[in-house]
Ligand binder design. Structure first.
Ligand code: URA
Length: 246
């Protein structure tokens, strides 16, 4: 793709996301267009431990030891239900922005990298829409192994993987976490609320701000919801700025 085609592709995605326009005016770009809509809070019944502070030993270098601790994991039944490999996570170990999805699909299981299939390509575009590159952020899943036939992960599988996701978050210390889709949002926030109720709020979560948005795979089926995701990503962008970055 040449530069002109790349630009055209970016603009096409912006249009799909509902971005109203692009200006070279600095004040237009820095406008706080989510002011007042950000609500802070925790879902009812959220476990204090889940929302708890970072461990004192948290450090980006800790990601390597988290991976070592995970090893060739056989803690839950997924290791004997057809997984090819563990899909640990990918990206900047010091990322300010972290995305958490549900579980690896077929493409991810083959490549060992989260979000590399069609949904992953859309996620990359969503990241680029807030002027970041995929390599700037960290991407992981609630579950590190592919469930058979892409079924929903089961509670014992989530429980086995949860300490490793928490350890990843504590090692990376992102400023903002985006939970992608109902499953990730519910698993992280320990609630049964529908994504429609979980969206539009900013949660304090393990030393980060967390927001929930629609899963890119859902957007592939329901492209009309891309505008909602763009609204959520503007909140993410503003949170990153407010926390002194981006
Ligand atoms: N869907 C997810 O939730 N995670 C992936 O890694 C790929 C698709």
């Amino acid at each position: 793709m040449n530069t002109r085609e790349e630009l055209a592709a970016h603009l096409a995605l912006y249009a799909e996301l509902g971005v109203a326009g692009i200006s070279r005016d600095r004040t237009w770009r820095t406008r706080a267009d989510t002011g007042g809509q950000i609500e802070s809070g925790q879902p009812e019944g959220a476990a204090a431990e889940t929302m708890g502070p970072l461990t004192p030993s948290a450090s980006p270098d800790g990601l390597v030891s988290v991976r070592e601790d995970l090893g060739d994991c056989t803690r839950c039944k997924l290791h004997r239900l057809g997984r090819r490999q563990i899909v640990f996570g990918v990206g900047n170990p010091k990322a300010e922005l972290m995305f958490v999805g549900e579980a690896p699909g077929q493409d991810e299981d083959v490549q060992g990298i989260p979000f590399v299939g069609r949904a992953g390509q859309l996620l990359t575009k969503i990241i680029e829409a807030i002027q970041l590159r995929r390599g700037d952020v960290y991407i992981a899943n609630v579950i590190k192994c592919r469930p058979p036939q892409n079924r929903n992960p089961e509670p014992d599988e989530v429980a086995s993987c949860q300490p490793f996701l928490f350890a990843q978050i504590d090692a990376i210390r992102p400023k903002v976490i985006v939970a992608l889709g109902t499953f990730a949002a519910r698993a992280l926030l320990e609630t049964d609320d529908p994504i429609s109720r979980l969206r539009g709020r900013v949660y304090d979560y393990r030393g980060a701000k967390l927001i929930a948005t629609f899963h890119p795979a859902f957007l592939l089926r329901s492209p009309e919801r891309k505008r909602d995701v763009w609204e959520d990503m503007k909140v993410v962008r503003d949170l990153l700025r407010r926390e002194g970055s981006a």
